[in-house]
Design a binder for this molecule. Structure first.
Ligand code: F6P
Length: 382
């Protein structure tokens, strides 16, 4: 299909929501309408809407005034993978899965969509892969608070999550100081520690525990004792939900068998709090920020990033490219093969400069300071 023949495009938002989704929808739709006279259609609830043919036209008015709004006007879904879709359950409650890619293709045909803009993380890009393989014009836009999508140095939503976590950590700081307590704060991020690392540094947290650097209980105990006994007498620990003890495994809060990524993490913060209580005399409290990080208005930097990504997605499409993911690398916007990035995670390199800088100012990573790099791991999460 030549760029000239692209007259109607669909947009969907997949996976867990994040601040900035509406800002991207706005940027895609306005660029398409104003620059190319393209009709824009919103696909509801991610791939669910594509499977169920729930698609509605978006007017200029629909996408005006939504730049600052949290969530997504289209709805999203992180329990829906067309290639492995739960169609029914067996008598014992076991889900039965089918490949319903053909239903998605039928919706695209029925709605005469010449291209689909897919806004999501690594799992959503995996869900989009069969559409690309079937010859559909797909352009991906990287979204997730976790900032873990392979191929791009940043995803929108991340900076807002970091700002929210930083504010929460700042608030914990003053109450920790008043009561001479240790505050453990668990943040989201799945298998990546980007949120914990970045908010931890921004808030001046004393200890940052991330999945990429497994912690040692003795090292944690020793550091906290020293801070309580001969330091300021309080401590802030920020921990990523995917963090693990050296030789241990991640703490799972819930398993949803119908979800493409059935595992939901959560609970490691309380475990570390227990460890600190057992190994020190400190009074410890735990806070779990959870979905608070996904809600609310995007910060200015995310609105700007979202606008750039939305514009680049339409420009990439209209340049004749297909099956591409728009990315930012070394501060430059470009695009890469979507199929190469689908399903891959970008973890924090253990030699990251922010880790080096944090260590230099005395921040503990709950280890002895030596660590190995991790390669990106495949996942099926959406
Ligand atoms: O990927 C975004 C994210 O918020 C992760 O940080 C978290 O592990 C997961 O989604 C939570 O998923 P749910 O909304 O299904 O609880």
């Amino acid at each position: 299909m030549t760029p000239d023949s692209i007259r109607r495009i669909g947009i969907l938002t997949g996976g867990g929501d994040c601040p900035g989704l509406n800002a991207v929808i706005r940027a895609v739709a306005k660029t398409a309408m104003l620059q190319f006279g393209i009709e824009v259609f919103g696909i509801e609830d991610g791939f669910q809407g594509l499977i169920e043919n729930r698609v509605r036209p978006l007017t200029f008015r629909d996408v005006s005034g939504i730049l600052t709004r949290g969530g997504t006007i289209l709805g999203s879904n992180n329990r829906c993978n067309p290639r492995r879709y739960c169609t029914s359950t067996a008598a014992d409650g076991t889900p039965i899965f089918s490949d319903v890619t053909q239903l998605c293709l039928a919706t695209i045909r029925d709605r005469r969509l010449d291209a689909v803009i897919v806004i999501g993380g690594d799992g959503t890009m995996s869900c989009a892969a069969p559409l690309v393989e079937a010859g559909i014009n797909v352009i991906g836009i990287p979204k997730t608070i976790d900032n873990d999508l392979f191929g791009t140095e940043i995803t929108f939503g991340f900076l807002t999550a970091v700002a929210t976590a930083t504010e929460a950590l700042d608030r914990l700081h003053s109450t920790a100081d008043s009561h001479h307590r240790v505050m453990v704060c668990e943040v989201m991020g799945r298998n990546a520690g980007w949120i914990a690392l970045t908010a931890g540094v921004a808030s001046g947290s004393d200890m940052i525990l991330i999945p990429e650097i497994p912690y040692d209980e003795d090292a944690i105990g020793q550091y906290i004792r020293q801070r309580m006994d001969s330091g300021p007498g309080f401590a802030i620990v920020v921990i990523a939900e995917g963090a693990t003890m050296r030789g241990g495994s991640q703490v799972i809060s819930r398993i949803d068998p119908t979800s493409p990524d059935p595992i939901r993490l959560g609970g490691i913060g309380q475990q570390v709090a227990n460890t600190i209580s057992q190994r020190t005399k400190a009074e410890v409290r735990t806070t779990v920020l959870g979905h608070v990080l996904r809600g609310g208005m995007p910060v200015a930097a995310d609105r700007i990033l979202a606008t750039h990504f939305g514009y680049h997605a339409v420009s990439t499409l209209m340049s004749g490219a297909t099956g591409r993911l728009v990315v930012r690398e070394n501060n430059i916007f470009s695009d890469v093969d979507l199929l190469v990035c689908a399903g891959k995670q970008r973890l924090v390199p253990t030699q990251h400069t922010l880790i080096t800088a944090a260590r230099a100012i005395g921040t503990s990573f709950g280890d002895d300071g030596t660590h190995q790099s991790h390669a990106p791991r495949p996942t099926t999460d959406v």
